[in-house]
Structures are given as structure tokens and as C-alpha cells.
Design a protein around this ligand. Sequence first.
Ligand code: GDP
Length: 416
Amino acid sequence: MAVDITTDLSAVRNIGIMAHIDAGKTTTTERILFYTGISYKIGEVHEGAATMDWMEQEQERGITITSAATTCWWKKHQINIIDTPGHVDFTVEVERSLRVLDGAVAVFDGVAGVEPQSMTVWRQANKYKVPRMCFVNKLDRTGGDFYRVLDTIVAKLNSTPLVLQLPIGAEADFIGIVDLVEMNAKVWRGETQQGEDYVVEEIPADLADKAVEWREKLVETLAEADDAIMEVYLEEGDVFDVPTLKAAIRRATIADKLNPILCGTAFKNKGVQPLLDAVIDYLPSPLDVDSIVGHKPNNDEIEIERQPSDDEPLSALAFKIATDPHLGKLIYVRVYSGKLAAGATVLNATNGRKERIGKVYQMHANKREEIASVGAGQIVAVMGLKDTKTGHTLSDPTNPVVLESMTFPAPVIEVA
Ligand code: GDP
């Protein structure tokens, strides 16, 4: 039976995973779905076994995740992963997806570092002020070098990285990470792609000095970005407990002042669970980002602001049209305000036509869930829309709004 989805918005993360082709976006996404598949949904077991079987079947057949938005769960948080094309030819599509996500993880190849496509997508994300973390992947590869990649992040992306982790070991001997927030080590001993949990240990003796040095850098960088941390730091030094540091890192990341840096190898399943924790800890919920501003239909000068609340009139942006082998045409939308209900009549405020919402689905890695209605902040696939294209706004017929229009083709972004 179709369910109504209303969620505590503070527990929702709408994120994209962006990368240069081959950096490991697909593998990282698959590992995320693997771990979240064995995770728990709020109050109910989330069919873990089914998800894993499905992943194995799909991998055997060589099929990868193709949904434009996939919903998964991690530690009582709902993560909607919005597909962000990595290929530079899809620049317009990248812009469309950047428009509807609240935060992103940029995946870099631990050998190649920052590559041209990553620079392009990074600049597009700058344009939309998307809070971002970096995951330095493939550290198991010969030539993998975390510190060199870090240098390329500073030099090529003009970003202020906040290093939260250091690698333990390198290349084939890469076994885990030093966590500079908790000041411990997280170590994966096994060689497995099936996924295993890490063991929390003391920081290895040969990395102790380096860990202290980088912890100092972390706190100093954070203090530069956050007055509350600066005040305490100047008076008392590094007396911060883990929740205080995490809250400050979250503030600075959401304000787009700092980019947390994490590392691992998605392929060998090392670093993925801490990456998921960081998505929850540091990337924004729909409540943390600016409310959306649109305008009156046919009058760009009259601005209308909508809060991310179910009590507001409906406004939703169509961002992707896809063809599902079983369902036919699906239109992915982000609901910014109000409720979107199956069977309801809405106004396409962009073209002035009435539309009837057919079925509404939340897409998961292994199944789609039919839902009766969905609230603000959510991303769903809608069936039955006839005249709606990407970039169009679905709106309450009595309170129409056109969300900020995007001009296409997108402006050319120069690559240095
Ligand atoms: P995408 O193009 O960014 O989606 O990259 P993929 O996830 O498809 O990965 C490209 C190639 O790199 C594949 O052959 C992966 O198996 C491999 N790969 C991905 N992550 C890692 C990693 O952490 N270590 C190693 N050694 N290979 C990886």
C-alpha cells in the first residue's frame, strides 16, 4: 500500500557524488548502497539481505545504479543520492542536478589527483554554493599519495581543505585512517570487497607526531572559519570535545567556507562507513540551506519565497526525465515546499498547463516504493505528467510560483 512520507527534515541529506570519470564514483556509490542496505530504516529493518543479493546480481550482470535519485538510510538518516554525471559532455545535466542537491561528495583518484572534469564540476558547484567534502579514493593503488592529492586540491580547486583523516599505510599496505576529530585509528584488517567493520585502535606510534601536527592544523583552520572556536582556542588552546568540533565543522562546511577531506579505497571497502558518517555530520539538511526564491508566473519582478515546510503551498522542480523499463516515462522532481500527492491536480507554472500527478515513487537501490504523498525537501519520481519538462515548476494552482529559472545552454565555464 502506498504510504505518506513525511520526514523529520533535519534527518534528510540530498547529496550528489561528483568525480572525474574513473575516479571511483560508481564504486563509491555502490559501496554506500551496500552499507546502507545492511543499515536500518527508522524503526524497521530495511530488508538488508534483499539489497545485498540484488547488488550481487546486478554486479554479476554488470549493471550499475542508473536511477537519477536513490534513497537509502544510514543511522536513522535518509540519504537521497542524486546522480551527477561525471562526463564533461553532460555539463547541462550536471547543472540541473547541482540545482536540486544540498551537498556533495567529490571523489578524487588517489594517484591522478584533481583532474580536468573535477575542476569543471567543482566550479559549477561553486556557482551554486554547494557545500562539499572530498574523498581521496584509490589509496590502495600503486602511486596512491594522499598528501600529493591534497596539494592538487589546494592548487587547482582554490579551496580551503580541512583535513579530517590521514591514511595509515600506503598502496597495498593501506589499512585504515587516523581520525583527527576523534583522535583514534580506524583499521580494516581484512582484504574483502564484501564489506566489514573497522576496528577502533590507538593511533599507531609512527604516526603519533604527524597526527598531533595535523590535528593542530585542523583546529587552526577551523578557528579561522569559526569565531566561536577561535575565541576558545585563543584563551584555552585545543580543549574541544568531539561534539563541539563536529558542530563547528558542520557550520563551516554548510557556510561553504571549508571542505572536509576524507580518504580511503572504495574498491577495498576501507573508509566508506566514516564517509557516510561524515555525510550525516557535515553536509546540510534541507533546513540548513537558503529557502528557495521564485517569481510570479509571467512576472519575473515579483519574487516569491517558499520555506521548506509541508504547510506551505506546493512548489516542486522537475530536474530529470527518465524512461523506466517497467513504468515508462518518469519525471524526477524535488519538492521544495508543500506536499505532492498522487492523484492531485497541480499547475505546471512554467507553461501554464494543469497536470495530474499519477503515481509517485521513492527509488531505492533494489526496489521502488509507491508513495501516496511526499513532503518538502524530498526527491521522488512521478508518473503520468504529460507536458512537464526538466526545469519546469509544479505548483499549487491557487498559489503559483515559478522557481528560479535556469537559462540553457549553461554558460561555458573555463577550465584553467
Ligand atoms: P567512475 O567512472 O568514477 O564511476 O569510476 P568507477 O567506480 O567505475 O571506477 C573506475 C575503475 O576504478 C573501476 O575499474 C574500479 O574497479 C576501479 N576502482 C574504483 N575504486 C577503486 C579503489 O579504491 N581502488 C582501486 N584500486 N580501484 C578502484
